[in-house]
Write a protein that binds this ligand. Sequence first.
Ligand SMILES: [Zn+2]
Length: 209
Amino acid sequence: MVINRFGNVENVHRVLATCLKDGNIQISSIYSILSHPSATVTWSNTVWGGLHYPKHSLIMWLAVLSRLLTKDRLCRMKILDASQNWCVLCIGSVNRPESKKHLFFECQFSGFVWNEMMEWLGFTWRSCDWDHVMNWFCNNMRGLGFIKKMKRMVLSATIYWIWKERNSRIFQQKCRSPDQIVREVKLSVLMKVLHEDIPDHLREKVERL
Ligand SMILES: [Zn+2]
């Protein structure tokens, strides 16, 4: 199983080392190794395959394994001190500590984005708790149907764009609004799915979103 083969940090390092070419990590190599059909962990189909962009799958996979370098982890690694452990996405004067669960999607900023995406997909079910969201997708969004694949893609795209916005604020001092991130997620999803060879009735359904 993927989690047994790649679920600890030593194996992740080993896998990443096999994906190096001229000193650069080849995301396509990581993707092909980890999307092997023998993968049977419950979240495998939620994270890999389908319509996902490989870079979106990679960030989501690292999030599932709690391997994204969030500030709480950097503090535990003594790279940051506690005074620097603040979420850069928080809106208003009260910034919360940054952790995976805060970023996805307990933060007011990311919670807004996530709820907008669930609304866009027509879901009435709502949760901004990471474990609930992952369990819900793993249980309810399984299957090979195009619409299910697209809905899974929305989750990985949302995680990716929130993480990208967090990095833009920290490393480039660039801020975008939650509405702009919602547009980025929708655009990346639509650009992919409308290039797929899909039946007209599904295309019309997607275009109405
Ligand atoms: Zn926040």
